[in-house]
Write a new protein. Structure first.
Ligand code: ATP
Length: 341
C-alpha cells in the first residue's frame, strides 16, 4: 500500500501528517465547505472533494482510492455519519477491524464485549422506574454526549426527558439507555495493538471537556439551583493526563483483556488504536462506561508524541504516525491483509 486516506474531520490532520512523515502519499476525503481549511496544510497531497462523506461509498470515490492503493483510516466521524452496514460495505481496505465498529455503535453489543473483556462497568438500569442511584441517560450511537442527562429517580427522568423533547434535543420515540453514574476522575486510556508484532502498546491518557456539565462547576450552588437547564455532555476538547505509575500495570491488563476478548468475539480482533473510557474513584478503582474501537480525537493532544510513547520510541511518535508505520511495515512484508479488513 502506498497511500493513507481519511475523512476530513476528527483527527485527520494528525493521521495525514503522520502518514507524510512516514513517506506515504496522503489523501483527504473533504467536504466542499471545508476545502479552504484543509488546503492550508501542505502535507495533504490530494483532496477528494465531496458534498457528503457518504460519497466514500460511491464508485467514483472508491476507484480514486483504489488507484492510489490507499488504506482508509476510520475515525469518529465515519462512525457518526455512516451506519454499520455502510461501513462494512466499504471496498477500500479499512485499517484495523471494520467489523468491530458495529460493536462500538450498538449499546447491547458494546456491553457484551466489555463484559467479555472483564471491564468493570457501571450498573445498567433497564427501566426508568428502577433508577435508585444517580444515573446517566444516554442516546444510541456516538452522539458525543449531546442530549445526555442525569437523573436521580423516575420523576426526575421524566421531567428532564420531556423538557429535552420539548426543546427538540431528543425525539419522543428515541430509545434511551440508562446506567448508574460513576463519579471520579475521568480518564480515556488509548492503546495500540499491533497484529504484526502481536504486542500491545499504551499510548496515553486524555480527559474530555464537556459542555455544559463542566461549566456548571464554575457557578455557585445558589445559581445552579435556580437554573432549569438540563446540562449535556457535548465534547468540546481534550487535555492531557498522566497516571500514577502504580496504576499502569492494571491499565495494561485491561488493554490486554480487551484485545483477547475481541479476538474471541469479533475476528480478527482489536487491531490498531482503541480507547477504554471511564473514571477512577476515590480508591483508584476504574469503572469503564465506554470503548472506542478506533483512533479517538483525544490522541490529537500528542501530535508531537505522548509521554508513554516517548518511553517506547526514541523519536516523536503520534498515533497517526504509528498507524502509518504499521501500514508501511505490513506493506513491506506483504502482510497488509493482517492489518486491514
Ligand atoms: P463518544 O462516542 O463520543 O465517546 P458516547 O456518545 O458513546 O460518546 P459516552 O462516552 O458513553 O457517550 O458518554 C459521554 C460522556 O458522558 C462521557 O465522556 C462521560 O463524561 C459521561 N459519562 C458517560 N457514562 C458515564 C457514567 N456511567 N458515569 C459517569 N459519567 C459518564
Amino acid at each position: 500500500m502506498n497511500s493513507i486516506a481519511t475523512l476530513g474531520s476528527h483527527c485527520s490532520l494528525q493521521v495525514l501528517k503522520g502518514a507524510k512523515d512516514e513517506g506515504l502519499k496522503t489523501l483527504l476525503v473533504c467536504e466542499k465547505r471545508r476545502e479552504k481549511l484543509y488546503k492550508r496544510f501542505p502535507f495533504i497531497d490530494e483532496l477528494i472533494i465531496v458534498d457528503s462523506f457518504k460519497e466514500v461509498l460511491d464508485q467514483k470515490c472508491q476507484s480514486i482510492l483504489e488507484q492510489n492503493n490507499a488504506v482508509l483510516i476510520p475515525h469518529g466521524t465515519l462512525i457518526a455519519q455512516m451506519s454499520s452496514d455502510e461501513i462494512e460495505s466499504i471496498k477500500t481496505p479499512v485499517f484495523g477491524n471494520k467489523w468491530i465498529l458495529r460493536w462500538e455503535s450498538d449499546r447491547e453489543m458494546k456491553e457484551k464485549l466489555m463484559r467479555e473483556a472483564n471491564l468493570p462497568m457501571p450498573k445498567p438500569v433497564t427501566n426508568p422506574s428502577e433508577i435508585e442511584k444517580l444515573s446517566i441517560v444516554k442516546r444510541q450511537g456516538a452522539a458525543g454526549g449531546k442530549g445526555y442527562f442525569m437523573a436521580a429517580n423516575e420523576e426526575d427522568y421524566n421531567t428532564k426527558r420531556n423538557q429535552l423533547i420539548a426543546e427538540g434535543v431528543i425525539s419522543k420515540d428515541e430509545t434511551l439507555y440508562i446506567q448508574e453514574y460513576a463519579a471520579g476522575v475521568l480518564a480515556y486510556l488509548t492503546f495500540f495493538y499491533s497484529p504484526l508484532k502481536e504486542e500491545l502498546e499504551f499510548y496515553g491518557v486524555d480527559q474530555r471537556h464537556e459542555s455544559d456539565i463542566e461549566g456548571l462547576g464554575r457557578i455557585p450552588a445558589e445559581q445552579q439551583l435556580k437554573s432549569d437547564k438540563v446540562p449535556s455532555f457535548n465534547v468540546i476538547g481534550n487535555s492531557p493526563l498522566v497516571l500514577r505509575e502504580s496504576l499502569l500495570d492494571e491499565v495494561y491488563t485491561m488493554g490486554e483483556n480487551f484485545v483477547e476478548a475481541a479476538k474471541r468475539v469479533v475476528a480478527p480482533g482489536m487491531n490498531g488504536p482503541f480507547c477504554i473510557e471511564g473514571v477512577y474513584d476515590e480508591n483508584a478503582k476504574f469503572t469503564s462506561f465506554e470503548f472506542s474501537a478506533r483512533i479517538v480525537a483525544g490522541s490529537n493532544i500528542y501530535m508531537d508524541g505522548s509521554p508513554y510513547y516517548s518511553l517506547l520510541f526514541n523519536e516523536t511518535m503520534s498515533m497517526g504516525k504509528r498507524i502509518a508505520r504499521e501500514v508501511k511495515l505490513a506493506s513491506e512484508s506483504n502482510q497488509v491483509d493482517k492489518i486491514t479488513t
